[in-house]
Design a protein around this ligand. Structure first.
Ligand code: SF4
Length: 302
C-alpha cells in the first residue's frame, strides 16, 4: 500500500530527517493561568489532569517520567530518535529560571533530537522566548499552541481566556524568533457549525504554522463540560460525523504541513460523549479507506 492520503508526522520526519522522531512526554506538574488566575476554573473541555500522557502513570519527578517514557518508546516502537515533549497544562507557565531548571537537566539525560513545549498563546513572555531561542541553538524547538478555534464567541463559551488575535500573534512571533509553532485545533466545540470549523482550519493554515494537531471534542467526566453534559446532555459529533468532516477538512490543509494527530482516544471510563466504540487504528483505517475511495488527498482542495 502506498503512503497515506495525509502527511503524518512520522512520514514528514522520515522525509526531512531520514528517520521518525518519537515523543518523550514529561509533565512538570505546573498548572495554567486559566485555572489559577481570576478563578476562571479552566477551559470547559479540559480534564483535571490537563492532558497528561497516560504512559507517564504515577511517575513522580520529571527525570523519572523521562526514564519511564524513554523505556516505553524504545520497547514499544524501537525508537531511536527522541523529542522531549513538555506537556500537560501549560509548559511555559513558569518563570524563566524554573523552566530552565526543569528542561536543561532533562535535555542532558538523552541525546534528544528536538524539544517541544505545549502551551497557551498568552504564556510567551520575552524572557521565555529568549530561553527558547537559546535552546533552539542546541536542539530544534517546537511550540505547540492551544488555539482550539479561531472564533471568539466559541473561545468565550469554552472559557479559553484569550482570543484568536492572540493566537495568531503568538504564531507569528514564534516564527519570527526562528522557532517552530504548531497549532492544536478541536473540532465539534459546542455551538460551532462545520463551516466555522473549516474557517478555523483555513485561518490557521494562513499563519506560518509548521504543523497541526487535530481532533474531535470528547466530553470528559472530570471536566466542566462533563458537568454541563451530565446536567443536560447536548449533541456531540460522533465518530462517523467526525470521519466524514475530517476526510473533507484534510483536503483544505496544505500538503507540506505535518499532522501530529488527527484523532484522540480518551479512556472509556472518563468519556461521556461521544459514546465512541472505534479504536484509533480502526478510525485511521476507515479514514484512509474513505479518502482513497474518493481519490482525496491532503491539500488537493486548498
Ligand atoms: S486546556 Fe490548557 S489552558 Fe485550558 S485549562 Fe487545560 S491546561 Fe489550562
Amino acid at each position: 500500500m502506498s503512503e497515506l492520503p495525509w502527511l503524518t508526522h512520522k512520514a514528514w520526519a522520515t522525509a526531512r530527517y531520514g528517520h521518525p522522531v518519537f515523543r518523550v512526554p514529561v509533565d512538570p506538574g505546573w498548572s495554567c493561568p486559566n485555572r489559577d488566575a481570576e478563578g476562571r476554573g479552566g477551559c470547559t473541555f479540559c480534564a483535571e489532569d490537563g492532558g497528561r500522557a497516560r504512559q507517564l502513570g504515577e511517575a513522580a519527578g520529571a527525570a523519572q517520567q523521562v526514564h519511564r517514557a524513554v523505556a516505553f518508546a524504545r520497547e514499544r516502537y524501537a525508537a531511536k530518535h527522541l523529542q522531549l515533549y513538555v506537556q500537560a497544562y501549560t509548559a511555559t507557565y513558569a518563570d524563566v529560571e524554573s523552566l530552565k531548571g526543569l528542561v536543561e537537566p532533562l535535555l542532558d539525560m538523552e541525546p534528544f533530537h528536538s524539544l517541544s513545549l505545549g502551551t497557551r498563546p498568552d504564556c510567551l513572555s520575552n524572557g521565555i522566548l529568549e530561553l527558547l531561542q537559546d535552546w533552539n541553538r542546541r536542539v530544534e524547538v517546537w511550540v505547540e499552541l492551544g488555539v482550539q478555534t479561531t472564533h471568539d464567541a466559541t473561545l468565550r463559551r469554552i472559557r479559553r481566556g484569550h482570543d484568536w488575535a492572540r493566537s495568531e500573534a503568538a504564531v507569528r512571533r514564534l516564527e519570527a524568533c526562528g522557532l517552530r509553532p504548531a497549532a492544536h485545533l478541536i473540532f465539534g466545540l459546542p455551538g460551532e457549525s462545520e463551516a466555522e470549523m473549516l474557517e478555523s482550519l483555513y485561518r490557521v493554515c494562513q499563519t506560518p504554522v509548521h504543523g497541526l494537531k487535530l481532533h474531535n471534542l470528547h466530553v470528559l467526566r472530570n471536566s466542566p463540560l462533563g458537568g454541563q453534559w451530565l446536567a443536560e446532555p447536548f449533541e456531540v459529533m460522533s465518530d462517523e460525523g467526525y470521519l466524514e468532516f475530517l476526510a473533507n477538512a484534510l483536503r483544505r490543509i496544505p500538503k507540506h504541513l505535518p499532522l501530529f494527530r488527527v484523532f484522540t482516544d480518551s479512556p472509556p471510563d472518563q468519556r461521556l460523549a461521544p459514546p465512541q466504540t472505534l479504536k484509533k487504528g480502526r478510525f485511521l483505517h476507515l479514514l484512509e479507506k474513505r479518502m482513497r475511495e474518493r481519490g482525496w488527498r491532503q491539500g488537493d482542495d486548498v
